[in-house]
Design a protein around this ligand. Structure first.
Ligand code: CUA
Length: 172
């Protein structure tokens, strides 16, 4: 069977693209260490007061002798609670799990300069766990258009050395 030269070229190109897409996913998960945001539980945006989001902030959890932290953050028009005004403060070299939701519209939560980046969707809780090894202050940005002051929606995440972490600022 004779296959036209151009036909062969386009078949070859399609196969190359498919291989490229598969390779990009593999490279993303292995080399770049990208992850899909885990578990998204439904939550009623009108009843957040009955959840830990009613008192957002950093909570300490001691389980099986291991200390970890849970950070509940509300992303709302046009601030992070906590994060804007008061930075989110967490220690280095400790497991930190973020829980994020929105009472109004869709927002973003990107920790600038890291691969921590998620959408924050009303009615859902975005969750991710990370460990910061470097004491450093990061910017937080919203990268979903959420209204007139979207461009001004920002916050701060302060990672302090474990030995200097002040438990006074924890939420009970
Ligand atoms: Cu919040 Cu854009």
């Amino acid at each position: 069977m004779h296959i036209h030269k151009l036909e062969k070229f386009w078949i070859g190109l399609s196969l190359f693209l498919i291989a490229g897409f598969i390779a990009s996913v593999i490279v993303g998960f292995t080399v770049l260490d990208l992850r899909v945001i885990g578990e998204q539980k439904p939550v009623d945006p009108a009843k957040l007061g009955e959840t830990p989001f009613g008192n957002p902030g950093v909570r300490k959890v001691v389980e099986n002798g291991e200390t970890t932290y849970k950070v509940y953050v509300l992303a709302r028009q046009f601030l992070y609670q906590p994060g804007t005004g008061t930075p989110i403060t967490v220690p280095t070299d400790t497991k930190v799990t973020f829980y994020l939701t929105s009472p109004d519209v869709m927002h973003g939560f990107e920790v600038v300069g890291t691969n921590l980046n998620t959408m924050v969707i009303p009615g859902q809780v975005a969750k991710f766990t990370t460990v910061f090894h470097e004491a450093k202050t990061y910017g937080i940005l919203c990268n979903e258009y959420c209204g007139a002051a979207h461009h001004a929606m920002e916050g701060q995440l302060k990672v302090v050395p474990k030995s200097q972490f002040d438990e006074k600022n924890l939420v009970q």
